[in-house]
Write a protein that binds this ligand. Structure first.
Ligand code: ZN
Length: 429
């Protein structure tokens, strides 16, 4: 079965790249035209909601029939019912219509929610501030380092070349319509890139391949965000990695959280805290990307094909009791879910699969003999050691990571050789 060929799959990642544009004002003009179009079509859809019962494609065609003078066909030159003058290329209009369809659906949903709860019905937005999506026909010569966009310069629509920083189109990838986002001081191109994933063999088949290696990840609430251990298929230790930065992360978020608290007592309005909250979420994202990237690279470098982590919710509570320390959303262990989310797509793109294991004893038993262990803290609780009654000792979280990796191998029927088990206490995993 393991030589079965699995269907190829794709994964889309959105790259955010700086765009250097000589004529930023033309982009702004184009963006204004785009939002005017969204507004016009949004209003039409709001009036004629029955159009939304059509498929998105048919709805788009209908809206065009209702508003655009046909250039060909039997009705050539005829002014349609809801005609309005518009100065936009076909593909800009289509992008705007699609966006208007999406936005009206969101608006209708919020109306329905309000009705259900007997709340005031929200008003339809009057101004739109969407970023322009450039469909094919609105961009060309997209080479990675540069792109040409069709923009309105106040008189006519023309092609303008812009440079892109630090972007190269990945091999075999397919570029999709970029969205150009205008910020106060800079411009970003959000570029969706569709990349093929060669190997999506399910974990259970992959584990039957020869010389398979697994990597386990143990999340902690210390300076080490994560401890990773790689084992070969016989359970032999290959390599480990400690990913630090947890202390720095806790300090940075802690500082901002204290600031927010102070602001809350000082000011009565919420706006004072908009910036610190935004910063906190940026920090969170930054560290989650950093940690997940390091774990992914560690797997790639060591030819790991299966990554395992423990489903162990009570660990958080245990940590809280043990350290008497915050385990909330902004603590190192609180970043766990976000790291797993990012890890899932980062590793998937590399053809590494993730599996969740459910050991009973992940931290509280020695991985060598499965006897209960005792914890010893050193150096302001950042380094935690363990010792079991058979004299095995070492890093407490390394022991946990070993347990997760062994559990993963066992889950898929691997025989683990040469592991001590003095009292024959069979697999309490
Ligand atoms: Zn032991």
């Amino acid at each position: 079965m393991s030589d079965k060929i699995w269907k190829k799959s794709h994964y889309t990642t959105t790259y955010k790249v700086r765009l250097y544009m000589k004529h930023a004002e033309y982009l702004k003009l184009t963006n204004d035209i785009y939002n005017d179009l969204i507004k016009k079509y949004f209003d039409i859809l709001n009036e004629r909601r029955e159009l939304l019962e059509l498929s998105t494609f048919n709805c788009l065609t209908q809206l065009e029939t209702l508003t655009v003078i046909p250039k060909t066909g039997a009705r050539k030159g005829e002014v349609p019912e809801l005609y309005f003058e518009q100065n936009a290329p076909l593909y800009l209009r289509r992008a705007a219509i699609n966006q208007a369809i999406g936005l009206i659906k969101v608006h209708i949903a919020s109306e329905e929610r309000a009705k259900e709860r007997n709340l005031k019905i929200p008003k339809a937005p009057k101004i739109f501030k969407a970023s322009t999506i450039f469909y094919k026909g609105m961009y060309r010569n997209f080479e990675g380092s540069a792109i040409e966009l069709k923009l309105y310069n106040g008189e006519e629509w023309k092609w303008y070349k812009s440079k892109l920083s630090n972007f190269s189109i990945p091999k075999d990838a397919q570029i999709q319509s970029p969205t150009i986002v205008i910020y106060k001081d800079y411009i970003l191109a959000h570029i969706p890139v569709k990349e093929p994933i060669e190997d999506i063999t399910p974990v259970r088949f992959r584990m039957q391949e020869e010389n398979i290696r697994v990597c386990s990840v143990m999340f902690t609430n210390t300076d080490k965000f994560a401890v990773c251990v790689i084992l070969d298929e016989k359970g032999n230790f290959v390599k480990s990695k400690f990913i630090s930065g947890g202390k720095e992360y806790a300090e940075r978020t802690g500082y901002l959280l204290r600031k927010i608290k102070k602001n809350n007592t000082k000011y009565k309005n919420y706006t004072a805290n908009t910036r610190p909250w935004k910063k906190i979420y940026e920090i969170k994202k930054y560290y989650a990307h950093k940690v997940s990237r390091e774990i992914t690279n560690f797997c790639i470098e060591n030819k790991v094909r299966v990554l395992a982590y423990a489903d162990y919710e009570s660990q958080k509570k245990e940590e809280e009791k043990f350290y008497k320390r915050e385990t909330g959303e902004f603590s190192p262990i609180g970043l766990r879910e976000r790291v797993i989310e990012y890890l899932t797509y980062k590793t998937y793109k590399e053809g590494i699969l993730i599996t969740k294991v459910r050991p009973n004893y992940i931290l509280r038993r020695c991985y060598k003999c499965r006897e209960p262990i005792r914890r010893k803290i050193k150096g302001r609780k950042e380094t935690v050691k363990y010792k079991c009654k058979n004299g095995h000792e070492g890093d407490y979280y390394f022991n946990g990571a070993m347990n997760v990796a062994i559990m993963c191998l066992k889950k898929f029927g691997k025989e683990i050789e040469g592991k001590e088990n003095k009292n024959g206490d069979e697999a309490k995993y």
